[in-house]
Design a protein around this ligand. Structure first.
Ligand SMILES: Nc1ncnc2c1ncn2[C@@H]1O[C@H](COP(=O)(O)OP(=O)(O)OP(=O)(O)O)[C@@H](O)[C@H]1O
Ligand SMILES: [Mg+2]
Length: 337
């Protein structure tokens, strides 16, 4: 299948969209301990997230470090159990199962790790890691394994000879390509990319993004694209959800959201982001996000928000529609526009 021209936007908003991966009211608690004498409550790293990712789109998740992006991804994958809420894959609920059953039910969803080296065994040539993945998924014939690995290495732009290399013999960009080959061999429909360009220099970033776009077309993939880098998200995502302390505070079409952010948190994130055109970034966000063990009452962003008033300290705003393609959770969202 031909891949899209380099300048074509990755956009499918204008087509009617069917949900491939969705969540409603998702709550994830981490770090709870139940001892004989002492019980320590967990923290809510994801706290009531609704999400609906459409077939073929690239859906971005942004937010400061610790806001729950990776936890959300791990839960969608079935690696982390939800405390409440529902996860749907291709219209079917897949929640509430034990980890092994959850992984089986969600085999069509694969994850590219935030740390690309972490998914590779340092003692094995990468070809052996790739073959092991195939073996676990029922491809036992060695000749078929080798053929599929060579084909996939070519698809991610690497020479088949890379199969003989060890992870430490690869650059960061090459590790990411191997990470992609590893999960694409399993023929996923949805790929969760956790910080896919972090730690890469600009030219390698650009080539990884081009590869992702081509693979999306070639394999008919849907991406959930987690990133700190707003300039990358703006370039590659169709829609974006902005997370703050475990909640989605704004969501919309990437182009419109970045052009006119409605939530003060999105505005502050954008203002603080480094600019590609060389212009100085605006002031950084005031203060650090509060601890998940001491989430402020009312709007959880209010202690850092320049628009906060008494109501914001008392009443948590719901994520509400502001227009056909935009949701925001802010008492001042219209005024802030
Ligand atoms: N086992 C745990 N026990 C308690 N808290 C945890 C545990 N694991 C993660 N957390 C907390 O959960 C929150 C969400 O973590 P998560 O890794 O999902 O954030 P993130 O948005 O992916 O951050 P980053 O951008 O740095 O990757 C963080 O505040 C983290 O400290
Ligand atoms: Mg993370």
């Amino acid at each position: 299948m031909p891949s899209p021209a380099p300048s074509s936007p990755i956009s499918c908003w204008s087509r009617p969209l069917a949900e491939i991966l969705g969540a409603s009211g998702l709550v994830v608690e981490l770090g709870a301990r139940r001892g004989l004498f002492r019980t320590r409550p967990g923290v809510r790293a994801v706290d009531g997230v609704d999400l609906s990712v459409a077939t073929g789109e690239t859906f971005g998740i942004v937010g400061e470090s610790g806001c729950g992006k990776t936890t959300l991804a791990r839960t969608l994958l079935g690696l982390q159990r939800e405390a409440a809420g529902e996860i749907r894959l291709e219209g079917r609920p897949v929640s509430g199962q034990a980890a092994a059953a959850a992984r089986r039910a969600r085999a069509a969803v694969q994850y590219v790790h935030q740390d690309p080296g972490a998914a590779l065994d340092p003692w094995w040539p990468v070809g052996a890691t790739l073959a092991e993945g195939l073996r676990i998924h029922g491809v036992a014939d060695r000749a078929e394994q080798q053929a599929r690995i060579a084909e996939m290495l070519a698809a991610v732009g690497l020479d088949p000879a890379f199969a003989a290399r060890y992870p430490h013999e690869l650059s960061g960009g090459q590790q990411r390509r191997i990470g992609l080959a590893r999960i694409l061999l399993l023929r996923p429909k949805v790929v969760i990319l956790d910080e896919p360009t972090a730690g890469l220099d600009l030219s390698v970033q650009a080539s990884v993004l081009r590869l992702l776009r081509d693979l999306r077309g070639q394999f008919g993939l849907t991406y959930l694209f987690i990133s700190h880098d707003l300039s990358v998200v703006r370039r590659v995502c169709d829609r974006v959800a902005v997370m703050y302390l475990g909640r989605v505070v704004e969501q919309g079409r990437a182009e419109a959201l970045f052009a006119a952010p409605q939530h003060p948190y999105t505005r502050a994130l954008l203002a603080a982001a480094p600019r590609l055109d060389g212009a100085a970034a605006g002031p950084s966000l005031p203060g650090d996000p509060p601890s998940l063990r001491a989430i402020p009452g009312g709007c959880r962003f209010h202690p850092r928000c320049t628009l906060a008033d008494t109501r914001c300290g008392q009443q948590e705003p719901a994520l509400a529609p502001l227009g056909p393609d935009r949701l925001a959770a802010c008492h001042h969202a219209r005024r802030a526009a």
